[in-house]
Design a protein around this ligand. Structure first.
Ligand code: SAH
Length: 195
């Protein structure tokens, strides 16, 4: 199977992820923001992942500029990438469906915001961010290039670390003890298998 097949699988995944996002975030613009907790750093860092998920992969498939950094994996590794991207899409879908109208692209509390602790949120506090990490790992197997393959993980990591810290702080300030006890029961990105 040519490596183009796995590149095609990557772009199919990108399209499906975009559809999920568009479908589940249609009502966001009508929401009234009750509290804004964003920082300039968070805004700046949230612009960077697009470079890793769209821009560098596009440069990779449309030009020969990054070809010098290609690596070649066996076919089964490409299929691991397909499976991981499938898992990422499932998690992205479920986290949007469970979060419903409480979703926001920024650090903010909307009017009537309720704490979601069901569905995939029952196991981890950041399933949507976990879905993006899975996407990043899938990319390493699907786009077999040291720059385009690792670009998502590299671009995502600074935002993830900063966002998770700020978001948990915001949720603790707003939901208090309810969020603290939710934190005690759940893992951040991986389910808590102990306790
Ligand atoms: N971190 C979560 C949500 C990402 S969307 C995830 O990875 O799935 C970001 C917004 O979702 C935050 O600004 C916050 O307003 C909201 N949010 C995060 N966790 C929530 C929860 N458990 N219940 C309700 N809203 C939540």
């Amino acid at each position: 199977m040519p490596s183009n097949f796995f590149q095609g699988a990557y772009w199919l995944g990108v399209i499906l992820a975009s559809v999920i996002r568009v479908v589940y975030t249609r009502g966001y613009r009508e929401m009234k923001i009750a509290e804004y907790h964003g920082t300039r750093l968070d805004l700046l860092l949230s612009a960077i992942p697009a470079l890793g998920m769209f821009v560098l992969p596009l440069i990779y498939v449309l030009t020969p500029w990054l070809d010098f950094a290609d690596y070649h994996l066996p076919m089964w590794a490409g299929w691991i990438g397909v499976a991981l991207f499938g898992g990422a899409l499932w998690l992205l879908w479920r986290s949007h469906a469970d979060l419903a109208r409480n979703w926001s692209p920024r650090l903010e509390i909307i009017e009537g915001h309720s704490l979601v602790t069901q569905g995939v949120f029952r196991y981890i506090r950041h399933p949507m961010y976990a879905a993006h990490v899975l996407w990043g790992v899938a990319q390493v197997f699907l786009l077999q290039n040291w720059i385009a393959g690792f670009s998502m993980l590299v671009c995502l990591l600074p935002q993830l670390v900063n966002r998770v810290r700020g978001e948990e702080q915001m949720m603790l300030e707003h939901f208090g003890e309810e969020y603290r006890s939710y934190m005690d029961r759940t893992g951040r990105l991986i389910p808590r298998l102990w306790r």
